[in-house]
Design a protein around this ligand. Structure first.
Ligand code: NI
Length: 191
């Protein structure tokens, strides 16, 4: 198990659509090691998630976990989740405004419009089918990670570039309002 180097915006590998993992390849040592490395890298970098193409592997697998995360202290918890070949489907028309950051976009955050609810279908690391409905901020995290697998970064989805800010400026000027907004989301969606 190893924390790997996280590719930064500008690396072509971040912009390529990652390939499906055939079901018979999920249990192989190569795939299992990649999953372990993704978990280690996410935890070492204190990310809420990470996708394989962020460590230079063009495969459709990402991991998500939110515990007590100092990067995102307002985020509801998400237990460690491994998604192989995930597919997302919006639940309803509702959207919300999410302040996002990314391990591959150092120093920057920005506001992205996300579906308020999604259904995710994927395989877990044992090859079992995983179907989950996810709402609110957690739904935003799933959408962010699955975007990576299509070569999409959050900055592509920032509709107003004036919302881009450093983490320091976020703390200083935008955090309080966002945390209040997040409180409303959590009340509404439970996550
Ligand atoms: Ni990211």
């Amino acid at each position: 198990m190893t924390a790997r180097e996280v590719l930064q915006i500008g690396e072509p590998a971040l912009r390529r659509r990652a390939a499906e993992i055939p079901p018979e390849a999920i249990g192989t040592a190569a795939t299992q090691t990649l999953i372990d490395d993704l978990i280690d890298t996410m935890r070492a970098e204190r990310g809420a998630g990470i996708a394989a193409n962020q460590v230079g592997e063009a495969l459709r697998v990402c991991v998500i976990e939110v515990g007590d995360n100092p990067r995102y202290p307002y985020k509801p918890r998400i237990p460690l989740t491994v998604l192989v070949n995930p597919r997302l489907e919006p639940l309803g028309e509702e959207r919300f405004e999410n302040y996002e950051g990314c391990l591959s976009v150092p120093g920057l955050r920005g506001v992205v419009s996300r579906h308020a609810g999604i259904r995710v279908r994927a395989w877990d690391r044992e090859g079992n089918e995983l179907v989950r409905e996810v709402w609110g901020l957690s739904a935003g995290t799933y959408q962010h990670e699955c975007d990576h697998l299509d070569g999409v970064l959050f900055v592509d989805r920032v509709s107003d570039p004036r919302t881009l800010c450093t983490w320091e400026a976020f703390e200083r000027h935008h955090r309080d309002a966002f945390v209040e907004y997040v409180g409303g989301l959590v009340e509404r969606y439970g996550s």
